[in-house]
Design a protein around this ligand. Sequence first.
Ligand code: AMP
Length: 145
Amino acid sequence: MSLHGDYDPQNIFAQIIRGEAPCYKLYEDDDVLAFLDLFPQAHGHTLVIPKRVAARNILEIDAQSLAKLMAVTQQLTRVLVAELQPDGVQVAQFNGAPAGQTVFHLHMHIIPRVAGQDLGIHAANRADPAELAQLQARLVKRLAG
Ligand code: AMP
């Protein structure tokens, strides 16, 4: 899909926001939702999305909403680093299919990285639900504490 076009309200992240599709939720407030990626590139791969803005990409969001998205992204990055103790952490965001975007609702990736592991751009495997649920519980507890 091109960089320019119309927002599709049936995209999977819009469905998650409306509660029509499930997610392993880590954090939610009036503006932002964060949840675990179902096809993680690494253990702890988290997505952070704006809830109230129908923006397909970074070009379409207002600066105030973007600032809020980034503030929550930083907060979640700190939680992931504190809990999982990775060697590095990627915070990434793609705009348009040629740039690697596959879901056309703006989202930030937070990907904990361990030294020596491959930096895969797209993971092939769906995560084990039990592992995701366990990780969700750990991170939600850390976020609350
Ligand atoms: P991008 O390639 O930047 O558009 O990233 C989209 C991300 O959404 C990928 O990492 C997918 O694994 C992830 N993803 C797709 N569907 C779901 C879903 N239902 N729940 C959680 N993550 C998803």
